[in-house]
Design a protein around this ligand. Structure first.
Ligand SMILES: Cc1ncc(COP(=O)(O)O)c(C=O)c1O
Length: 387
C-alpha cells in the first residue's frame, strides 16, 4: 500500500517537519506542536463539558507539557517522576490526578505532601494505603471493561476490578475517611469500537445508582480514560464521531444532568504530530530464491517502536521512493531477534528502496520517546525535536 501523505499531514505541516528533519542525522523524532494544539482544541470542542487530564506517559517532553498546561489541561500522572516534572513547570496540585492503581505508600504520601488530593484505585490494599498516606483525599475506582479485542493496545485485565468490588471499595473509602468521588475506566488504547464506551458507561451508571440507593453515597465524577484514536494504517472513525456517540451514551444513561466528566487522552492528542525518521541500513534476502526482502533500519523496537510488539500498532511508513511495491519484513538494528517490527503483517515497500534511503514513520508522536531504551546494544535513546 502506498501511503498518501495528505491523509496524515497538510503540506505546510509536513514541510515544517522536513525542514527540521533534513538537517539531522537519523534516527530521530520530529514533533509538530501546532498539530498537538489543534488536537487539543478538537477534543475540547467535541467534549465541551469535560475536563481534560493529559496522560503524561504518552509524551512527557517539557515542550508538550508546557503547551498543554497553557491551553488549560490538567494532568494524569503515573509516577513520582512525572509528578516532579509537571510541578517543576508550574502545574498546580489541583490539576493533577494520580491515575496509577499500582503505587508505593511512600509515593502516595509524596503526592499528598505536594498537595495532590485525587487518587485512582482498584484494590483494597491500595485504598488502605491511600487512606493512611493521603487522608481525606478523593478516590475514584477503576472498573474492568470489555473491548480488549477491538483496541489495538488493550489495557484492561491488569487494571480495574469488577463492579461489585468497585462498590465495596467506594463504601470502604467512606469508612476510611476518604471521599468516594467517582468511577473510572479505560476501554483500551486506540479503541476502534466506539460501543466499548457504551458498555462501560452503563456499568458506571449501575454503580452510581446502587451506591446512592443502598449506601447513600452520591458519586460526583466519571473518568472515561483515553482510548481515542490516532491516525495509523488501520482506519478509525473521526474524533468528532467518537465525541457525538459517547456524548449520546452519557446522555442516555445520565440525562442532561451529567456528573463531572474527566478525559485522559494521550495517544489521540500527540501521535499524529510526530514523524520518526530512520534510514535503511541494509536490504537483504535469506536465500537466492527468497521472495521475501528484509529491510533493516536504524530504529527498532528498542529505540521507540515498542508498540510494534505483536505488530499491534501499524505505523504508516512513507518514503520518497516511488514505483513497484514488494512485501518486506521490517526490522531494527540491534542484535536481538525480537527487534522485528513487521513480519506477519505484509508491508509493501518500494522495490527500489535502498541502503541510505530515509523512512518516515508517521503518527509516532506518542509512546515512542518514552519507551526508547537508554543503551541497548549501545544505541542512545531516541532523540526528539519539537517544532
Ligand atoms: C490511566 C490511563 N489514562 C489514560 C491513558 C491514555 O490512553 P490513550 O493513550 O489511549 O489516550 C492511559 C494509557 O496507558 C492510562 O493508563
Amino acid at each position: 500500500m502506498t501511503i498518501q501523505l495528505e491523509e496524515y499531514f497538510d503540506r505546510d505541516t509536513f514541510s515544517r517537519i522536513r525542514a527540521c528533519a533534513d538537517q539531522k542525522e537519523t534516527p530521530f523524532l520530529v514533533v509538530d506542536l501546532n498539530t498537538i494544539s489543534r488536537a487539543y482544541d478538537d477534543l475540547v470542542e467535541g467534549f465541551p463539558y469535560a475536563n481534560v487530564y493529559y496522560a503524561v506517559k504518552a509524551n512527557p517532553a517539557n515542550e508538550v507539557l508546557s503547551l498543554l498546561k497553557n491551553k488549560g489541561s490538567n494532568f494524569d500522572i503515573a509516577s513520582i517522576y512525572e509528578l516532579e516534572k509537571v510541578l517543576a513547570l508550574g502545574v498546580r496540585p489541583e490539576q493533577i490526578s494520580y491515575g496509577n492503581t499500582i503505587k508505593k505508600s511512600k509515593d502516595i504520601r509524596a503526592f499528598y505532601e505536594k498537595g495532590v488530593r485525587l487518587f485512582a484505585t482498584d484494590s483494597e490494599a491500595d485504598l488502605r494505603n491511600i487512606a493512611k498516606a493521603a487522608p481525606g483525599s478523593k478516590v475514584y475506582v477503576r472498573i474492568l471493561t470489555e473491548g480488549s479485542t477491538t483496541a489495538d493496545w488493550p489495557l484492561s485485565r491488569k487494571f480495574g476490578c469488577q463492579s461489585d468490588m468497585a462498590m465495596d471499595l467506594l463504601v470502604l473509602a467512606r469508612e476510611l475517611g476518604l471521599v468516594p468521588y467517582g468511577v473510572s475506566f479505560h476501554v483500551g488504547s486506540q479503541q476502534r469500537d466506539i460501543g466499548a464506551w457504551d458498555g462501560a458507561i452503563a456499568k458506571v451508571k449501575v454503580i452510581f445508582e446502587r451506591l446512592k440507593e443502598e449506601d447513600g453515597i452520591v458519586l460526583k465524577m466519571i473518568n472515561m480514560g483515553g482510548g481515542f484514536p490516532a491516525n495509523y494504517l488501520t482506519k478509525t472513525n473521526t474524533l468528532q464521531t467518537y465525541a457525538e456517540e459517547i456524548t449520546r451514551f452519557l446522555q442516555e444513561d445520565f440525562g442532561d444532568d451529567l456528573p463531572e466528566i474527566i478525559l485522559e487522552p494521550g495517544r489521540s492528542l500527540i501521535a499524529n504530530a510526530g514523524v520518526l525518521v530512520s534510514e535503511v541500513v541494509l536490504v537483504s534476502r535469506k536465500s537466492h530464491t527468497a521472495l521475501e526482502r528484509w529491510i533493516f533500519t536504524d530504529v527498532g523496537k528498542f529505540s521507540g517502536l515498542v508498540e510494534t510488539m505483536d505488530e499491534a500498532i501499524k505505523f504508516p511508513i512513507w518514503t520518497e521512493k516511488r514505483g513497484e511495491l514488494e512485501e518486506a519484513v521490517i526490522a531494527g538494528p540491534t542484535c536481538d531477534s525480537a527487534d522485528i517490527m513487521y513480519e506477519d503483517y505484509k508491508y509493501g515497500l518500494p522495490l527500489n528502496l535502498a541502503i541510505g534511503d530515509r523512512m518516515y514513520w508517521l503518527s509516532t508522536g506518542a509512546y515512542t520517546t518514552s519507551y526508547s531504551s537508554i543503551e541497548f546494544n549501545g544505541f542512545p535513546p531516541l532523540e526528539a525535536f519539537y517544532v
